[in-house]
Design a protein around this ligand. Structure first.
Ligand SMILES: Cc1ncc(COP(=O)(O)OP(=O)(O)O)c(N)n1
Ligand code: 3NM
Length: 414
């Protein structure tokens, strides 16, 4: 419904009489297409009555500018200024949407919670079907809050949903106007084969190694097949010594096998190979492509894992849009040179500080997997292993053995 001063006043009165769990305000005044949807008289009602009651307000650039008396907003620094100035009016959180920020390749929104600013980036989807994006974003935030999410998590989920819906409907012809609505039904109609990331996929995470495969005469494809046969729940191709073209071919071949078995396939470090093969995601380290850039390049649906040894890195990975973190080395390892060992205590500290699911890595095998899973932290979802599976003659047998140990350890924990 388009707002009028009378409607806003009535709404505020009702909200005072019947408080709600969370109030999300999308101040619909100027559409994404630039059309004025409400007169200036409404600004006072927004500023004086509605915004001070809001848990979050989500203006686009033009609306933020109107709320602040017409100041020009053209840069991310301007958006931060606007977020702070609107926060001063009274809402507890502000999301200034930068979809029409001039000269920006990404869609950058600025979130401000009264203490910290967050730049939330997604890819800019070129499409005429943008009608309704603001309302969709605000409604998704409200739905996520109703499900119990924290505000920043709700905003991130909403932004990813809008990006996915825009991408899904970018070429669909809907209606006869020059600007079409976005299509929200992607989850029902999408033909994408992959199911969404499930943290329990991290239970037995098999990470390949080209040197070990060479030593035992295994091709990457055979090694992956054997790991899946033995019960691996997710695969990462970590091929440090192969040519790019061979890596790409191997990734495509492994993906076919993984898809048949419903096992996600991730690529270590190489976002280009992940994109070209349409793998399910990437695992990146602290000195690789930053996760927020990887998210923009890969889009909202791909899985992104980030290596984290400290609570600060874990928090940053979450802010940057990662789906899980890999934390280690839990024990010393010969597989990765000069790797710092953080021990079980370090792993526990990272898990406790992480809002993301965690997979433990480094020197883990049959003899110590139970001790790792026995830490008993709910977001520790599994172990990632290289040599225990791949520096062996029979990969499927070793995988099966480790799976049994892991299953046993969850029985003990429960
Ligand atoms: C699940 C998982 N966790 C951590 C790592 C290590 O990744 P990174 O820090 O990028 O180091 P390299 O693997 O590139 O040596 C991982 N690969 N997987
Ligand atoms: C690839 C990798 N990353 C680590 C980290 O600590 O981030 S440890 C590691 C090597 C894991 O190999 P293995 O299971 O043979 O010990």
């Amino acid at each position: 419904m388009l707002p009028s001063t009378g409607i806003v006043k009535t709404l505020c009165q009702s909200l005072k009489e019947f408080p709600v769990q969370a109030l999300v305000v999308d101040p619909v005044m100027v559409s994404t297409s630039g059309h004025m949807l409400a007169g200036p008289s409404i600004l006072d009602s927004f500023r004086e009555e509605l915004l001070p009651m809001a848990d979050i307000v989500t203006p686009n650039l033009k609306e933020a500018s109107a709320l602040l008396g017409g100041v020009p907003l053209e840069t991310i620094a301007d958006m931060r200024f606007a977020a702070k100035a609107i926060h001063d009016i009274g809402p507890r959180n502000v999301l200034v949407k930068g979809g029409d920020l001039p000269a920006s390749l990404d869609a950058v929104d600025v979130f401000y919670d009264g203490n910290d600013f967050y730049e939330l980036r997604s890819s800019r989807i070129m499409t005429p079907n943008t009608h309704g994006t603001g309302c969709t974003l605000a409604s998704t935030v409200a739905a996520e809050l109703a499900k119990g999410s924290q505000m920043l998590s709700a905003v991130k989920v909403a932004k990813r949903y809008v990006e996915a819906a825009l991408s899904y409907s970018k070429n669909i012809t809907i209606g006869g106007g020059c600007q079409g609505p976005m299509d929200h039904l992607l989850k029902l109609k999408s033909t994408v084969q992959r199911r969404p990331f499930d943290p329990s996929d991290l239970f037995l995470y098999a990470v390949t190694d080209s040197r070990m495969n060479k030593k035992w005469g295994h091709s990457i494809v055979d090694a992956v097949k054997a790991a899946i046969e033995g019960g691996a729940t997710i695969i990462q191709l970590r091929e440090k010594e192969v040519e790019t073209s061979d890596f790409l071919e191997a990734a495509k071949a492994c993906l076919k096998i993984c898809r048949v078995h419903g096992v996600p396939l991730l690529i270590n470090d190489r976002i280009d190979v992940a994109l070209a093969s349409d793998a399910d995601g990437v695992h990146i380290g602290q000195s690789d492509m930053p996760a927020q850039v990887a998210r923009v390049l890969l889009g909202p649906d791909k899985i992104i894992g980030v290596s984290c040894k400290t609570p600060e890195q874990a928090k940053q990975a979450w802010r940057n849009g990662a789906d899980y973190i890999g934390s280690g080395g839990v024990y010393p390892t010969n597989t990765k040179e000069n790797n710092k060992t953080i021990g079980l205590d370090g792993l526990k500290t990272v898990c406790l500080s992480s809002k993301l699911p965690v997979v433990a890595i480094g020197g883990i095998g049959i003899s110590n997997a139970q001790a790792v899973m026995g830490l008993g932290v709910p977001n520790l979802k599994g172990v990632a292993v290289v040599s225990t599976l791949f520096d062996r003659e029979c990969v499927s047998t070793e995988t099966r053995k480790l799976l049994e140990v892991l299953k046993e350890s969850t029985k003990i924990a429960n």
